[in-house]
Each structure stands twice: as structure tokens, then as C-alpha cells.
Design a protein around this ligand. Structure first.
Ligand SMILES: Nc1ncnc2c1ncn2[C@@H]1O[C@H](COP(=O)(O)O)[C@@H](OP(=O)(O)O)[C@H]1O
Ligand SMILES: [Mg+2]
Ligand SMILES: [Mg+2]
Ligand SMILES: [Mg+2]
Length: 320
């Protein structure tokens, strides 16, 4: 098996980070506003610290391109917040000091290179704050191709009543889902065209993260007549990979026409769907570019599908 160590380390780190997030969530998290006005919580910082610590120990030469950094957290007025983050990190890593925590977080300030990890410690922070879906997303990229992806979705309801899913994919080896609480990995397969009940589409809960009216029009144009299923975070990729939806559309919001997608918002999810038999591209059918930088400057919009309807979706987008 290729990437066996990468897979093992990524699973252990994402699972530990998911535990930290669930601990914070149980304590009613508060949002801190970032410079771009988006929210961040002690769980985003704590999860990035835990995962970067694990990656730095196992793969010291690999850069990590993570969403968060510790610049604000190091400011004296943030001391109380840093103490809280350290407290949650210590539940998993008892000897951690505040200095360790900020250093581990800043290990995630790496650059895209020929081999790097990309990390979203909490994708869907707004969902996390609403007690809805969120994901811990970690991926290994080599020469612009995602090779390993791990998505922990602690709030995902599973068939059988449990909660919490871990989606794992290695390039060429398929995708699996294992309950976060443990169990047998189940192989993932995207939905077939005759599975009418699951032939739905997913989109963001946050209207500002897409173009819901156009997303609905395109879904209708390819024959999806049921209402959209709104879910936060890369949990949407897990849902498509599990065959519980045929399509995930994320079209540029008319409010933010210059927005470019971040690599950490898509890398882990994309390999999970592709290895489950699906397809991922931008709205023009172009592959997502994970080789240039943290923002995908040459891609616009995201189309994720079960594969069979992909060309039809791209054609509908070209016409609308
Ligand atoms: N105008 C915009 N268009 C698309 N995505 C946006 C956006 N503004 C923020 N985002 C991204 O949307 C992600 C959440 O996705 P979703 O809407 O699918 O839950 C955020 O990740 P974080 O929550 O990690 O910050 C953020 O990176
Ligand atoms: Mg964010
Ligand atoms: Mg994100
Ligand atoms: Mg995030």
C-alpha cells in the first residue's frame, strides 16, 4: 500500500483534532472575528495546533499550508484566548505550553511546493458555531495532485443512529468511511443514475458562499427537481462520495465576484469524491489547481458530481 504512513498519521491527527473540536463545541464556543470579518474559534486554533504537531513530528520536511496562523493569538490582549486554546490542546498533549501551541499553529504557515499538506482545522466554522456540520480537512498534495485526503465530520449522522464520520481516500486505492467512534471501514461509491431518492444536490447553508439561485437553476437543468440539501463545510463532499447526493454546486456569489477558492476548502474533499467514482472540476470543467498557491487563482466555482452528470452540468453552466 502506498502512502501507508501518511494515511495513518493523517487519520490519527484528524481524529484527535475532531475530539478537541467536539470538546469545545460541548462548552458553547464563542467566535473571534478575523481581519477579513470571518469567524474563528479556540477549536480552529487548537485543531490546527494538534494536527501540525503530529505532521511536524512524522514528516519534518513537509510544509503545511493551513488556514489559521498565530499572529493575533500572540498579542497580549489575546492571552486569555491562548490560555483556553492551550487548555484544550493539553487534553490531548498534556505537556503543551502556550509557546508550543503558537509554534505548532505557525507550522501551518508553509508554502505550496512539490510536496505539501493542506489543512483546514475547521471547515465550516459558521456551521460549527450553529451546532451544524463542520469538517476537519487534511490532504497531502504531490506535484499538484492530491494523494491522500482525510475529512473528519464529527456531526455527521450515520445510518444506524451513530454520529461522526471519517472519510479517507488514497489516490488509486478508493475511498472509505469509518465511524469516528470506530468500526469497520466501508467502501464509498457515488450514486448511480437510477437511485432516484439520492439524486439530490447539495449546496452551502451560507448564501454568501455561492449563488443559490443559479445553483438551483443548473440542478433543474440537469433533471434534479427536488429541493437542495443545505450543508456546511466539506461534509458536502462526504455526502456526494457516500452516494447521498449526485451534485454539489458552489458558484461564485454575485456579492463577491472576485472571490477565489482556497486549496484547503477542497483538496481533501475532492480526492474523497474522486476515489468514490465521482468527478470534481471548476465551473468551466477545468481541474482544480493545487500546484500554485493557497488560492486557486485560475479556477472559478466548483462542480462536484457522481461523474455521470458532470459533462451535462458543465454544458448547462456554459449556456446559463
Ligand atoms: N464569498 C465566498 N465564496 C465562497 N466561499 C467562501 C466565501 N467566503 C468564505 N468562504 C469559504 O467558505 C468556507 C465554508 O464553506 P461552506 O459554505 O461550504 O460551509 C469557509 O471556510 P472556513 O469555515 O474554514 O473559514 C471559507 O473559506
Ligand atoms: Mg475560516
Ligand atoms: Mg474552510
Ligand atoms: Mg476553516
Amino acid at each position: 500500500m502506498t502512502y501507508a504512513k501518511e494515511k495513518e498519521v493523517a487519520i490519527a491527527a484528524a481524529t484527535a483534532a475532531a475530539k478537541l473540536c467536539e470538546q469545545v463545541r460541548a462548552d458553547i464556543p464563542q467566535a473571534i472575528e478575523k481581519k477579513d470579518k470571518s469567524p474563528v474559534t479556540v477549536a480552529d486554533f487548537g485543531a490546527q495546533a494538534i494536527i501540525c504537531q503530529a505532521l511536524a513530528a512524522a514528516f519534518p520536511d513537509d510544509p503545511v499550508v493551513g488556514e489559521e496562523d498565530a499572529k493575533e493569538l500572540r498579542k497580549p490582549e489575546m492571552a486569555e484566548t491562548l490560555t483556553k486554546v492551550t487548555h484544550y490542546v493539553q487534553a490531548l498533549s498534556p505537556d503543551a505550553t502556550p509557546e508550543d501551541v503558537t509554534r505548532w499553529i505557525d507550522h501551518g504557515n508553509g508554502q505550496v511546493s512539490s510536496r505539501y499538506w493542506t489543512l483546514d482545522p475547521i471547515d465550516g466554522t459558521k456551521g460549527f458555531l450553529r451546532q451544524d456540520q463542520y469538517a476537519v480537512a487534511l490532504a497531502l498534495v504531490e506535484n499538484g495532485e492530491v494523494k491522500v485526503g482525510v475529512l473528519a465530520c464529527p456531526a455527521m449522522p450515520l445510518d444506524g443512529g451513530q454520529t461522526g464520520a471519517l472519510y479517507v481516500a488514497v489516490r488509486g486505492e478508493g475511498a472509505t468511511m469509518v465511524p469516528l467512534s470506530g468500526g469497520e471501514p466501508q467502501r464509498l461509491q457515488v450514486v448511480m443514475a437510477d437511485d432516484v431518492a439520492n439524486f439530490r444536490f447539495v449546496e452551502s447553508v451560507e448564501a454568501a458562499h455561492g449563488d443559490q439561485s443559479k445553483q438551483n437553476a443548473i440542478a433543474q437543468a440537469v433533471g434534479i427537481t427536488t429541493e437542495s440539501f443545505r450543508v456546511d463545510s466539506q461534509a458536502k463532499y462526504g455526502i456526494v462520495a457516500s452516494g447521498k447526493a449526485a451534485l454539489y454546486l458552489r458558484l461564485p456569489s454575485p456579492k463577491y465576484p472576485d472571490y477565489r477558492e482556497n486549496i484547503w476548502d477542497h483538496a481533501a474533499g475532492a480526492i474523497v469524491v474522486e476515489e468514490a467514482g465521482g468527478r470534481v472540476s471548476d465551473m468551466y470543467g477545468q481541474p482544480l489547481n493545487f500546484a500554485e498557491g493557497s488560492k486557486m487563482m485560475n479556477n472559478r466555482g466548483i462542480v462536484v458530481s457522481n461523474g455521470t452528470i458532470h459533462d451535462q452540468v458543465i454544458a448547462a453552466l456554459a449556456e446559463n
